[in-house]
Design a protein around this ligand. Structure first.
Ligand SMILES: Nc1ncnc2c1ncn2[C@@H]1O[C@H](COP(=O)(O)OP(=O)(O)O)[C@@H](O)[C@H]1O
Ligand SMILES: [Mg+2]
Length: 300
């Protein structure tokens, strides 16, 4: 079995726009090791979501290959049911899109488990509680409906539903970007602990370099449909080679000026520090810090 969970080989996706052609994914190649946490960063419109959708099979390629766990897109298309679902799962920016408003949290997670396991009522309840525990929620959340949950909790439920599939690869596209600033840090810390606990292979996509740097081992920088630079998080941030990467990194010192920067200092990244981290994460995301403090208490 290959050590690489993901190999993108010379992938291209173009869109026709009125009289022009947009090269959203322009001859991209990249590989990702099993168990790695790879960050993909770039400004809005750089093609990150198109690449993400191409990787999970929601967007056809014009040319090139996406090999996941040794299978290209054609081999994966022949798989059925859970065998197909477990290869790769995506978590989206807006958790509402992946949660049925008429299904309780427990039913939604239980439904995923039912696609591949025959569980008794009690076993299913146990498995749901275990998945909720993984996303730092208690079993009392199981009977709740999506509209009874905060944005951060909904996103954690979306992560739990994804984990219920036991996917070999997870593609997370801007999963903290729609959240209130205080909650972003909570979800980032959750992803970080899940990676440690479960050894997940995850492509973590965000326009926020500080967030990506905080949780990823390696970072790929995307600009105008191309990967302009890929390296360790340390190298990207301390010794960026590409001019575009340098401009992204140049935006970080303003965060450090903000004082105690939890996103950039793992030693401060405990739960108690999360609310403090939030205003920094928020600054990076262009949000205000005030709302953060108000939401922080209810969120944890
Ligand atoms: N379905 C589509 N039809 C036409 N153009 C699209 C479509 N999806 C994305 N694009 C264009 O492709 C480019 C990359 O978009 P996207 O992948 O969403 O970037 P990002 O996720 O980095 O913001 C943009 O110019 C966008 O307008
Ligand atoms: Mg996007």
């Amino acid at each position: 079995m290959s050590d690489n969970i993901l190999e993108v080989r010379d992938a291209c996706v173009t869109f026709e726009k009125r009289n022009s052609v947009v090269h959203a994914v322009d001859h991209i190649s990249l590989t990702m090791r099993r168990g790695a946490m790879l960050g993909l960063v770039g400004e809005s419109g750089s093609g990150k979501s198109t690449l993400a959708r191409a990787i999970v099979g929601l967007q056809p390629l014009d040319s090139g290959e996406v090999v996941i766990d040794g299978m290209d897109q054609h081999a994966r298309a022949r798989l059925k049911g859970h065998a197909r679902a477990e290869v790769v799962q995506m978590v989206f920016q807006d958790p509402y899109s992946s949660l049925n408003p008429r299904m309780s949290v427990g039913e939604a997670i239980g439904e995923v488990l039912d696609t591949y396991e025959h569980l008794s009522h009690d076993e299913r309840r146990e498995s749901v509680a275990e998945l909720l525990r993984l996303v730092h929620l208690g079993p009392e959340v199981a009977p709740k409906m999506p509209n009874q949950l905060s944005g951060g909790m909904r996103q954690r439920i979306a992560v739990a539903k994804c984990l219920a599939v036991r996917p070999k690869l997870i593609v997370a596209d801007e999963i903290t970007s729609a959240l209130d600033v205080s909650v972003q840090a909570v979800v980032l810390n959750l992803i970080k602990s899940l990676h440690r606990e479960l050894g997940l292979s995850m492509l973590f996509i965000s326009h926020n370099l500080a967030a990506v740097r905080y949780i990823c081992d390696d970072i790929a920088v995307m600009h105008h449909g191309r990967i302009v630079e890929i390296g360790s998080a340390e190298q990207i941030v301390t010794a960026p080679k590409d001019p575009y990467t340098r401009s992204l990194v140049g935006a970080i010192p303003s965060l450090e000026d903000a004082g105690r920067d939890v996103l950039l200092d793992p030693a401060l990244a405990g739960g108690a520090a999360a609310a403090g981290a939030a205003s920094v994460a928020g600054a990076a995301a262009g949000n205000t810090g005030d709302r953060a403090t108000a939401v922080a208490a209810g969120e944890r």
